[in-house]
Design a protein around this ligand. Sequence first.
Ligand code: NI
Length: 166
Amino acid sequence: MAILNILNYPDPRLHMVAKPIKEIDATIRHLIDDMAETMYDAPGVGLAATQVNQHIQLILIDTSKTKDHLQVFINPKIIAKSGEKEYEEGCLSVPGIYESVTRADKVTVEALDRDGKKFTLKAEGLMSVCIQHEMDHLLGKVFVEYLSPLKRNRIKSKMVKLQRDR
Ligand code: NI
């Protein structure tokens, strides 16, 4: 396994749209293992393939406190959503920034697991937020895009400066 490089906002590659995965082969499983190691090392509760510069529909989430409940979503689709909830979000691609975003309170997602088996999950709370946040990455969307242009530009400048000073 290996720790992968995470793209940082405002890297334009974070805005690429991910393609569906046609076949879950050894290469995909290898990427899942590397992404899991990268996410736990960061540490984070979710990671989308987009963030490691792989533009395919794959996201990983583990919201457990014990960090031993990895959930893999391949080609995820939200088939139902309800309610509204505001949650303070962060992102491994926008380190150190936490801002409130309003999203659906509950979502039902359909996806394939790492063995290619289809499953349906009803999620609420942090899990629901994570699914929506990570699925946005697959569409090339970073959570700061929900903020006002003023706030977003401030974050952008901060990130650019941070990367320049590194
Ligand atoms: Ni993120």
